[in-house]
Each structure stands twice: as structure tokens, then as C-alpha cells.
Design a protein around this ligand. Structure first.
Ligand code: MN
Length: 704
């Protein structure tokens, strides 16, 4: 390996003088920090960061990335702090080094493929800046190239991690040549014997075929010349691991995998690609079904080429890729292509913009072709991270949406843990439950058996699971508390009649539920607690159902309402009661009795004046229609009013009045209907029918 001075000279080919002087000072800083440290090979440690920086220089990465590469191990392996780096080399460089160090801290332990996938996502999500990944990949590449010096056990672990985590990441970013090298190196250290056997066999097979191959190449070149296509023709060989993988995955023999000759044709522009393809198809017959046009429909990672397979001489298939020089750059270098081929005066910001634009265009291409949705999903998660990945105490990785808190984590682990959590330990430190989680956090939830969800949590949880469980719990609790309050109120009301709940028989409760359409005793009690029913009314009712007793005989029986009593009995205009509604009468001087529903606000005001309240009930034989108001919000579409009116008529009701008010710049309209219905059941039927109209977005009965 060339020494530092030589490398700086090489790098000066594309870097500015002031960049180089910063790199030199970073080199000296790093050398001093790693003083006395050695690699397994016995070389001074500084040779490693220098080599990593040099790999990045081959991709023409900017000087910040190279500076960070020279310093990438100082935070991890020496006492240098981030603040110190920031002071000496600026915040962007310190952030890059910090990002790489964080990746080094997470250790890949598990064997499962699904975990490997999450782990890859975590690595990508943790590296906000794509340069962090590029530095990490260069670091890994150099470590793999020098893995010989490492002891066998550690060698296998690193090779497996590279194969399962880093090579796929390189592939995903389109860094083709790095991807292949990482795979082959991993293969070599993970399965040394298989690697040896296969590599020898491949060498031999390729040697035997050399003559045929060169004949084919010559024939192709000649035909392209005749077609006046200016082209470069390259032989193409599969990398070893892909041969191995194909044999294993598709269960084909070595001969079958290798009995294919590959070649690549690089031309000037897109039209030439198609001309070249035509020329090839006239030279050798194409194998049906093998032609793919990735120029018209690029692959998800931006790859473009024409693919075809030809019947070669002696029946050997020839796999051909045809592409322009521009497409070739992208195919080989992927994301790094933008650094590699930047014009000298573009700033880093522009480069970032360009990379992001490239990624965005991939997304757009993707949505047009509708192909490989999965990749799109990954790309979104990986490079525009909207998820965080955290560890459970047992080392399992959980994916949560960005902004997720310790409470979200608790519910993600288990509902019971969420419902009983009281505190959280994040990276061994006691933290409040509202703490936002960051990538790589190790989270432990502390629970207490009597703990309950807190309504305030709803202000900060972000996952649907946590939200719905907290809501559910509060609602159940609310119901429970209302029922308890209702029980107290009812007991109080019964006490006024010198009775108590204990004296009420089961059968009376049953009859009350049947008469009033209640579901359970708890529900009636909760209704009382919530003010939907009046305790005094329920008390009277319960007592009147009992065997005649002196007190009860003294009670006035409830007044039966038929709705046709004339001026003496009026239905309140505020709540417009209809048969089936629990009702109550208010005696009002000069106006006779006014009937309200139990939950009407007017009743709430009169509650302190129980003398004025009168227990009333509907005549079960009632047959006349009653007015009721409903409010609809509908999407503004042609004919929607007619649809609504038709449904109402269909349900056997008359419309007494319609009011329409436009809303929200005309997207939605609120309609107010006054309808005639027989009773609650009838109204429920009408509302059900109206809800089935697609344009209806909201629907409610109007009281008050
Ligand atoms: Mn390193």
C-alpha cells in the first residue's frame, strides 16, 4: 500500500488545496490518537483509516467524507470526544464520525433472516447521511480485504455479518462492484473449502471455453460494425458467490450455471441500444421469453439496460446486456455515481440534492411501473427514515414509527405491559414514559401491578395500538365510574321513598330493563351517572313494579302520553322527543306539561327542583307521526339531495322541512332535515339507510 504522502498526491487530482491541508491535519490527528495501536497484521493502526479514505477517494467522495474516514475509529478506540472533533474539523465531520461510531456499537447477533432485514433497516435508518453508509461500507471492505490476519472464529462472524447485512445494503444502493467483492470475500472466509473447489472449477471451465468465447465476441463486434453501431463489447463473468447462490437456490448443477456466456455492449445513446439489439438478433436467434427492456421500464434501484439471451454456436446460451455509458456508470456505482462523476464546481449541497432527486425519481419510476412494491417500501424506510428501530431487553428489534415514545414501545411489546407501565429505562437510564425513542435504543419497561393508563398519554403516543388501548381502557373505566355514581344517585333517590337498592328484587330490574329497552343493570346505572336517565324516575319506576306497599300506593302512577293531548301536553321543541325515547314531563305554569327527553339540557337545569318533574311514559299503542330533526354532512356531488330524499321516502317517512348550507368551499354540504317518524326504531331504520349512501360522511339526530 502506498504511503500517506503518495495518496495525498493522488487525491489532489480532484480535491482543492485547502481540502488537502485539512485531510493532512486529520491524518496527523488520527495518527497521534492511534499511537501505539496496531492491527492484527502488525501494521500501525493508522494504515486502516488511510486505506478506508483511499477507497472513498476512488469514488471521488468529498473532503468531509474523506476527513471523517481518516478519523472514523478515533471516537471508538481512543479518548477523543465528538466535541473535540467538532472544534478541530467542523460539525459535519464530527457528525459523520459519530454516525459511523454508532453503527459500530450495534452488534448483529441473531441468525434469523427476518432479523437480518430489520438490522439492515436499522443500519440505514441510523445513518441519516448517506455518506455514513459509504464510509461504513469502505471500512468493511478494507476489513474484509485484510481478514486473513484475524483469528478464525472472529473471521467467520465478520464474514457472516458482511454477507447478511453489508453486502445487501451495497446492493440496494446500487454499489455493484463493492457488493460483488463483499460477497466473494465473505464466501471465501465463511466457506473456505467450497470457495476453493468452486473457484478452481470456474477457472478450469473458463479456460476450456476461451476459444469459443473469443469467436463469439469477434462475431458480435463484426455484426455491430456492419450495423454502424459504435460499441464497446466486454466479456462478463459472474462473481463466485452468485454462481454458488444460483446452484444452491435453484438446485442446478455447476455445469448448468456456468454453461452460459455473458457479454456487455456499451453504446453511445438510447437509439443505438435498440439498433444493437436488432443486429444481435439477426446474428444469433434470441431465446423466446428472455428479452427484457429495462430502459423503458428501469429496475427499482435505477438500473437500465436491455437484456436478451441468444442461442450461441454449439448451443451455448449467450446472455447480453446492452446499455449506454451513462447507464453503465449507474449500474456499477449506484448512489456513489453522483460523487464519482460530479463536475468539479458542484457543491456538496447540490450533490445531496442530486442524490435525493435520484432517489425520488426512483420512487416515481417505481410507482409508474408498479413493479416490486417491496423495494419501494424499503427505499422509503431506509433513506427517508420514518421509522425507528429499538431493542427489547432480550435483544429483539422492534420497528416503531418516528416519534414513538416509551409508552408506544410498551404497548408494542404487550398490551398488559402498556396498561401497567410506570417508568422506562432507556439505555440503562431511568427516563420518563413520554421520552421519544431513538434508533438503537435499548428499552426496558418498568411495570406495577396496580398501575393504570393515564389519559395524558394520549397527548404523546403515536402508534394506533397504544392509542386504541388507552382509549379502550379509559372508556371502560369511565363506564365503570359512571355506573358507581349512578348507583349512589339511585340509592339516594330510593332513600327519599324510604327504600334502598337492597330491597329491589331481581324481577323488578328485569321488568324495568324490558320496559325501557336497557341492556343491563350496569347500563341503566351508568346512564343515571351520565345524566341520561333521572335517578328519581328510575327509583319510582322500580318501586311501582313491586308488590303494593303503603309507600308505593301513595306514589302517583306515571302519566301516559299519546301525543294527541292538545295544549295540555306539548312535546318540547328543544329535544323533540319521539316514542321510544326515555321521557319526563315538566309542569310549567300556564303552559301545562312539556315533555322532554331524559338527557335534555332543560331537565338538567330543573333537576334541583324535583317537584316540577313528572314521570311520564309513551302509550304503547301510539300510531301518529312525530317530528324529528337530523343533520347530514354530504360530499357535494350532483344529485345527492335527490338520493337522500329518495331513501327517506323509501323508508316510509315524510320530509317536513329541509335546510341546506354549503361548507368548506363547496366540497361538503350540511343538510338539516325535519322528518316524520313513528318512533325510535323507525328513525334508526331511516338513519341506517342514509348511512349506506356513499356521499354521506356524517349523520346525527339533532336535539336542542
Ligand atoms: Mn474501521
Amino acid at each position: 500500500m502506498p504511503d500517506a504522502a503518495q495518496l495525498f498526491k493522488e487525491w489532489s487530482g480532484y480535491l482543492k488545496p485547502e481540502d488537502l491541508s485539512q485531510l493532512e491535519s486529520a491524518y496527523h490527528f488520527s495518527e497521534a490518537a492511534h499511537e501505539g495501536q496496531f492491527r492484527q497484521s502488525g501494521e500501525p493502526y493508522i494504515t486502516h483509516p488511510l486505506a478506508v479514505a483511499n477507497i472513498l477517494a476512488q469514488w471521488h467522495l468529498d473532503s468531509q467524507a474523506l476527513t471523517a474516514a481518516l478519523l472514523h475509529d478515533v471516537m471508538e478506540d481512543t479518548s477523543v470526544t465528538k466535541a473535540e472533533l467538532s472544534r478541530n474539523f467542523g460539525k459535519p465531520v464530527a457528525d459523520l464520525v459519530d454516525g459511523v461510531s454508532k453503527l459500530d456499537q450495534i452488534e448483529f447477533e441473531t441468525q434469523k433472516e427476518a432479523h437480518a432485514e430489520n438490522f439492515r433497516k436499522m443500519v440505514l435508518a441510523m445513518a441519516r447521511d448517506v455518506r455514513v453508509i459509504l464510509i461504513k461500507l469502505a471500512d468493511r471492505l478494507h476489513n474484509m480485504r485484510t481478514l486473513d490476519a484475524v483469528e478464525p472464529e472472529k473471521r467467520r462472524r465478520i464474514a457472516r455479518e458482511t454477507l447478511e447485512i453489508y453486502a445487501p445494503i451495497a446492493n440496494r444502493l446500487g454499489l455493484n462492484s463493492i457488493y460483488q467483492e463483499l460477497e466473494d470475500l465473505s464466501f471465501r472466509y465463511l466457506y473456505p473449502v467450497r470457495y476453493q473447489v468452486l473457484s478452481r472449477a470456474v477457472k478450469a471451465a473458463r479456460g476450456n471455453r476461451r476459444e469459443v468465447v473469443s469467436r463469439v465476441m469477434e462475431a458480435i463486434k463484426r455484426r455491430l460494425k456492419e450495423a454502424r453501431v459504435d460499441a464497446e463489447v466486454q466479456g462478463r463473468e459472474k462473481h463466485l458467490y452468485s454462481i454458488y447462490d444460483k446452484m444452491r437456490e435453484k438446485r442446478v448443477s455447476f455445469a448448468q450455471v456456468l454453461d452460459v456466456f455473458g457479454c456487455r455492449i456499451i453504446v453511445r445513446d438510447v437509439p443505438s441500444c435498440y439498433v444493437a439489439l436488432g443486429a444481435l438478433h439477426s446474428l444469433y436467434k434470441p431465446i423466446p421469453g428472455k428479452f427484457k427492456d429495462y430502459i423503458a421500464i428501469p429496475k427499482a434501484n435505477g438500473y437500465q439496460s436491455l437484456h436478451t439471451t441468444l442461442f450461441g454456436p454449439l448451443g451455448t446460451p449467450i446472455e447480453v446486456q446492452v446499455r449506454t455509458a451513462e447507464m453503465h456508470k449507474i449500474a456499477e456505482a449506484g448512489v456513489a455515481a453522483h460523487w464519482l462523476y460530479k463536475s468539479s464546481d458542484t457543491t456538496l449541497n447540490e450533490l445531496h440534492k442530486k442524490t435525493h432527486q435520484w432517489l425520488k425519481s426512483l420512487l416515481e419510476l417505481q410507482s409508474e411501473s408498479g413493479d416490486s412494491v417491496e423495494f419501494l417500501e424499503h427505499l422509503k424506510v431506509d433513506l427517508f427514515p420514518d421509522e425507528v428501530y429499538v431493542f427489547t431487553p432480550k435483544g429483539r428489534i422492534l420497528a416503531l414509527p418516528r416519534g414513538a415514545t416509551a409508552v408506544d414501545f410498551a404497548y408494542a411489546v404487550h398490551t398488559d405491559i402498556g396498561n401497567r407501565c410506570v417508568a422506562a429505562k432507556i439505555n440503562q437510564e431511568l427516563m420518563p414514559l413520554r421520552s421519544e425513542l431513538r434508533n438503537g435504543d435499548r428499552v426496558e419497561i418498568i411495570t406495577a401491578s396496580h398501575a393504570k393508563p393515564n389519559p395524558l398519554w394520549l397527548n404523546f403516543v403515536v402508534t394506533a395500538k397504544a392509542r386504541s388501548h388507552i382509549r379502550h381502557f379509559l372508556k371502560t373505566m369511565h363506564f365503570h365510574e359512571s355506573a358507581q355514581l349512578g348507583e349512589r344517585l339511585l340509592n339516594q333517590a330510593l332513600a327519599a321513598f324510604k327504600s334502598s337498592l337492597l330491597e329491589i328484587k331481581e324481577a323488578h330490574w328485569d321488568k324495568l330493563l324490558r320496559d325501557t329497552g336497557g341492556k343491563s343493570r350496569q347500563e341503566v346505572l351508568a346512564d343515571i351517572g351520565l345524566g341520561k336517565r333521572l335517578a328519581v324516575v328510575v327509583a319510582r319506576r322500580l318501586l311501582s313494579l313491586g308488590e303494593p306497599s303503603p309507600q308505593e300506593r301513595a306514589l302517583p302512577g306515571s302519566v301516559v302520553i299519546r301525543g294527541s293531548e292538545g295544549m295540555a301536553v306539548q312535546l318540547a321543541k328543544c329535544c323533540k322527543p319521539i316514542p321510544g325515547d326515555p321521557i319526563i314531563g315538566i309542569i310549567s305554569k300556564g303552559q301545562g306539561m312539556i315533555i322532554h327527553t331524559h338527557d335534555c339540557q332543560v331537565i338538567a337545569k330543573t333537576r334541583n327542583d324535583p317537584e316540577k318533574l313528572l314521570d311520564v311514559e309513551w302509550d304503547p299503542e301510539i300510531r301518529k307521526p312525530f317530528d324529528v330533526s337530523i343533520k347530514l354532512v354530504v360530499a357535494n356531488r350532483r344529485g345527492v339531495l335527490a338520493k337522500v330524499a329518495a331513501e327517506i321516502a323509501e323508508a316510509g317517512s315524510n320530509i317536513q322541512n329541509v335546510g341546506v348550507e354549503p361548507e368548506d368551499g363547496g366540497t361538503y354540504t350540511t343538510m338539516l332535515f325535519t322528518l316524520q317518524v313513528g318512533n325510535r326504531l323507525h328513525l334508526a331504520q331511516i338513519m341506517r339507510a342514509l348511512r349506506r349512501i356513499p356521499e354521506v360522511t356524517r349523520l346525527a339526530r339533532v336535539k336542542s
